[in-house]
Design a binder for this molecule. Sequence first.
Ligand code: RP5
Length: 285
Amino acid sequence: MTVSRSVAKMVHKKCRSAMYPFGNLKRLLIPDEHVSWNVNISYDPPEFESPTIKNKPWADPHVDDPQFSPNYNCIDGKVNRASFMGTYRVEEKRPLNPEGRTGLKGRGVLGRWGPNHAADPIVTRWKVSGGAKQVHSSSSLPILQFCAIQRRDCNEWAIPGGMVDPGENVSETLKREFLEEAFSVLDTDKEEALRNELIITDFFKHGKEIYRGYVDDPRNTDNAWMETTAMNFHDDSGESAGKFNLKAGDDAKNVRWIDIDRNLELYASHSSFIETVAKLNNAHW
Ligand code: RP5
């Protein structure tokens, strides 16, 4: 499959909502026509950096820290500061969001200046009833289900994705995040965890890339934003990942198999990734 950023048409909207999701902070409201940095306007948004990221091992120092000299737009040591969206501008030591203004300066709650790289494993199976694939009455197409988590930070349902650790391979992140958030490996007994991990390791060898690029995440700011690699891992027979009872890990409030349908409301740009997966598998949408 050709990977394309246009697969999931990004609309930079969720990171322009009136309130920043943490810190009880109002964004400056930006009309669509003023989003692009190429449009000249007088622009003075509030600045926010959450105290929760201070001195965290996964977070950069402040840009004004004299010890901090990041190499933007490339792999900087173990940190990937390159963007899937191309070369981004850096002004006054701060990277500029490639999708334009968000109404908030600073890093907000995000750890990295510039792109914060994540990975999203979209694990799917068919909805089965009486041993046969269940077909949707409106489309006459089989119903696909995906493994979804309810995020603890905002209660929204989402793909169980997570941040790529420094130096970590994205394929490793995809599997690790799924195990941590949907399998709660740490809570199961060791033998069961090992058996599950072997099945999952094999299952995660056969993924299809769905999307690579910017995520319209509510945490994005003018100077820090989310990007992801989303991959579909499909259990066609329901005999692999699809047969497990899911169990939420620490970052998730709930986990469950959710029927895929166009009315789903999911976190950030996740609905558009799910739409791509439904169409790829010729399933109901
Ligand atoms: C989204 O945030 C990504 O698509 C991914 O699902 C998630 C990663 O952030 P955390 O879940 O680690 O907070 O933008």
